[in-house]
Design a protein around this ligand. Structure first.
Ligand code: 13P
Ligand code: SF4
Length: 324
């Protein structure tokens, strides 16, 4: 998405970004006012591609730390800034490089698939990265008889197991506290209240299994249940003719969905599903970052070099969604 008309502090953000030759990237879970001032809004994969392809000398990343690190890994010659570099990710924190090395030692010969929600050090230990929009394509690019260590999200991993039908994928039992809190009980009660609505579910959600169960046993028609990345949700929303869609992911996503399709009503499955890390980007922090050039993200060059190959494979595999 490209920024529309902006005023006040948003006009100042645009002026400062132009002065600094900066491109402003915002994740779909950022607060609506941050999304509205960005040059591009998208999912992790789309933003990684945009970071790699941008000509701007500075990338300002309104997202969480692993996303800005990924931009730095792909564009080491650019300056990467974050409005608040302390914005982390509870899912990325569930595995360290040391833990991964120990897991690999137990499974020699296995291919390591790391979700992009991981630190640069963990990516450096992986063979290939993936996001929620290309995880299935990435796994299908690996020979069927090769054992896979999939990390760190157990729900995304279970979704990939179901879609690919592979029984040689081992899962790291990590989870995102925001998505895991969107429970099967939340989902069932929302579906019971709105039985005609469509359902968009992010594959990180604790309710994914329940959504697929409902779609197969009749609580919800399979054709109205969609397990999608945030970018995939936007693609689906643009062409939707549904009266109402229930959305099981972080609530920042609703802003993009409502803009993409004003005819459909989009409602959260759990209105309390807000990522506090994503909401650490505020207008004041963004202005300070652009004005003073603070919040630079660094990745050790040796770690970045080792991580780059697995991130680049992720960027080239699967064209599922641009998220723009
Ligand atoms: P996407 O890959 O769908 O952008 O999701 C990123 C994320 O952090 C999910 O919580
Ligand atoms: Fe991490 Fe969860 Fe926040 Fe996404 S929503 S950035 S996975 S803590």
């Amino acid at each position: 998405m490209t920024a529309g008309a902006v005023t006040g502090w948003q006009a100042e953000v645009r002026r400062l970004a132009a002065k600094r030759d900066a491109v402003l990237l915002a994740h779909n879970y950022q607060a609506p006012e941050i999304q509205d001032v960005a040059d591009h809004v998208g999912d992790s994969l789309a933003l990684s591609r945009l970071a790699a392809g941008s000509d701007a000398s500075t990338i300002v990343f309104a997202g969480v730390h692993f996303m800005a690190e990924t931009a730095k890994i792909l564009a080491p010659e650019r300056t990467v800034l974050m409005p608040d570099p302390a914005a982390g990710c509870s899912l990325a924190d569930t595995i360290t490089a040391e833990q991964l090395r120990a897991w690999k030692a137990e499974h020699p010969g296995a291919t390591v698939v790391a979700y992009v929600n991981t630190s640069a050090e963990v990516k450096a230990e992986a063979d290939v990265c993936c996001t929620s929009s290309n995880a299935v394509d990435v796994v299908e690019s690996i020979p069927a008889d090769t054992e896979i260590l999939f990390l760190p999200d157990q729900f995304l991993g279970a979704h990939v197991q179901r879609i690919t039908g592979r029984d040689n994928i081992r899962l790291w039992l990590g989870e995102c506290h925001v998505h895991a809190a969107i429970s099967p009980a939340d989902l069932r009660s929302r579906v019971a209240t709105d039985p005609d609505a469509e359902l968009y579910v992010h594959p990180e959600c604790g309710c994914t299994t329940s959504a697929l169960w409902l779609s197969t046993v009749g609580g919800l028609p399979a054709e109205r249940t969609h397990v999608l990345s945030t970018g995939g949700m936007l693609d689906q929303a643009r062409s939707s003719t549904a009266g109402k869609v229930l959305v099981a992911t972080e609530i920042g996503m609703l802003h993009q969905l409502r803009q993409a399709n004003p005819r459909t009503v989009f409602e959260p499955v759990n209105p309390a599903a807000a990522c506090r890390y994503m909401k650490m980007t505020t207008p004041d922090k963004l202005l300070r970052c652009l004005r003073e050039g603070v919040g630079e993200v660094h990745v050790d060059p040796d770690v970045a070099a080792r991580a780059r190959a697995s991130v680049q494979r992720m960027v080239t595999i699967g064209s599922a969604s641009s998220g723009e």
